[in-house]
Design a protein around this ligand. Structure first.
Ligand code: NAD
Length: 447
């Protein structure tokens, strides 16, 4: 099929390259001329494992090209995918649909025949209906049909997630569009992927419900981690113990510094707004937002405590800055709150991240940066592991310890066992791992 993808960011570029690899002919469009020019020269603007090779293979095969010319790209396309950003609106936190609407106006002005437009961007329930009206007002003759096909890929494993999805959700109100969507994904479905057709509104809501549930799961285990520290438990064992229950599942049960990234924070905020708009409040999700914000600050306080309640003038090494490993994305990364709090409290922070340092420099307060973890910890009073990049799992702990001035190791991702760090001479501070068994707190009921 001839496919045009509007928006060549994480989702658009990965989807475009994967669809080309499945045999479709894809043109990726972006308004960012610099990005398109770089892609034409084989330079991938984001860090995503395997993407460079995938793009170059399909480029050479003539199935993938890049352009800023939206009109020409959509004129020949059988399917037009929209994958532009939907950030949080500044005024009220709801999804900002400016880019989506602008793409739809441009598509509607450019097409001369019936066209199927597939919204991959995460958009609030009812957006497909609004877009249909916008397109019909601009070009009533063209007969533009809107489909919701939310994307569930994760940065860092985006290609695998696209090629081997847990499910493909397609919200469609029209039989012809349904048949075209089945054709688009036929190579994945024949390989075993499940495709679920729903109404368009259901598909739009499914994406938000998925992200909200995962965010809730993270906040849940973070609160259990706090309780573990008070009652003398180990959150890793609790997570394993509950996660092996197939009704619960092991994923997203790693206690840590809270969730961040380009999706969860903005999406759950938008879902809460939708709930308010429809008079159907989502109290669990509202609480999740609060719990997660407090979480990041609580982790900063944990570091302060580990440093004797003051970091004034102390050198702190921060390992891992991106919101999760295998991405260079710094959007809403917990490291932002943590580093800012340390700097505000007078610490001298030296950060290191395997791929996200340039992006980090744009959002963190001025700090020192190191070329590797060993340089980062040189003379440090404490080391804080914020993002669990694989390269940190094989750190030479003796070398780290010797390079440091102090011995506090604050492992906010529970990468290391307490016994391993203590054997290497560190004073250990994990998340949700009690040092010793505490007695219960007895609260007497008031008379
Ligand atoms: P992104 O910011 O990385 O990329 C968006 C791209 O769209 C940018 O390159 C921008 O220049 C381009 N753009 C904006 N307006 C345009 C227009 N009118 N025409 C052409 N190009 C235009 O965004 P992203 O992370 O890929 O996210 C895209 C959507 O997918 C969002 O709704 C997001 O919530 C959703 N999503 C993202 C992820 C993820 O992991 N990043 C996962 C699932 C869903």
């Amino acid at each position: 099929m001839q496919v045009a993808v509007i928006g060549t960011g994480y989702v658009g570029l990965v989807s475009g390259a994967c669809l080309a690899d499945l045999g479709h002919t894809v043109v990726c469009v972006d308004v960012d001329a610099g990005k398109i020019e770089a892609l034409e020269r084989g330079i991938i603007p984001i860090y995503e494992p395997g993407l460079e090779e995938l793009v170059s293979r399909n480029d050479e095969a003539g199935r993938l090209r890049f352009t800023t010319d939206l009109s020409a790209a959509v004129a020949d396309a059988e399917l037009v995918l929209i994958a532009v950003g939907t950030p949080a609106r500044r005024s009220d936190g709801h999804a900002d649909l400016t880019y989506v609407r602008s793409a739809v106006r441009a598509i509607a002005s450019a097409v001369a025949r019936p066209t199927i437009v597939v919204v991959k961007s995460t958009v609030p329930v009812g957006t497909g209906d609004d877009l249909e009206q916008i397109a019909a007002a601009i070009n009533p003759q063209a007969g533009i049909t809107f489909v919701s096909n939310p994307e569930f890929l994760r940065e860092g494993s985006a290609i695998k997630d696209f090629m081997f999805p847990d499910r493909i959700i397609v919200g469609v109100e029209d039989e012809a569009a349904r048949a075209r969507m089945a054709e688009l994904y036929a190579p994945l479905v024949s390989g075993g992927a499940r495709i679920i057709f729903t109404s368009r509104r259901t598909a739009e809501l499914t994406k938000y419900a998925a992200n909200a549930f995962l965010a809730l799961k993270i906040s849940f285990i973070n609160e259990i981690a706090d309780l573990c520290e008070h009652v003398g438990g180990n959150v890793k064992d609790v997570a394993h113990g509950i996660g092996l229950d197939s009704r619960i599942g092991l994923q997203f049960l790693n206690a840590g510094p809270g969730f961040g990234g380009s999706c969860f924070p903005k999406d759950i905020q938008a879902l809460v707004k939708t709930g308010h708009d429809y008079g159907s409040p989502l109290r669990l999700i509202e609480t999740t937002i609060t719990v997660n914000e407090q979480r990041k600050r609580a982790m900063a306080r944990k570091i302060l405590r580990a440093c004797g309640n003051s970091v004034w003038g102390k050198r702190i090494a921060v390992l891992g800055l991106t919101f999760k490993p295998d991405t260079d994305d710094m959007r809403e990364a917990p490291s932002i709150t943590i580093v800012q709090t340390l700097v505000d409290n007078g610490a001298v922070v030296r950060g290191y991240d395997p791929v996200g340092m340039e992006q980090a420099k744009e959002v963190l307060p001025p700090i020192e940066y190191a070329g590797d973890p060993y340089e980062a910890v040189e003379g440090a009073d404490a080391v804080v592991l914020v993002t669990e990049w694989n390269e940190f799992r094989t750190l030479d702990l003796d070398r780290i310890r010797q390079a440091m001035r102090g011995r506090a190791f604050i492992d906010l991702r529970n990468v290391f066992d307490q016994s391993v760090l203590e054997a290497a001479g560190f004073s250990y501070h994990g998340v949700g791992i009690a040092k010793r068994r505490a007695g219960p707190v007895i609260v007497e009921a008031a008379a």
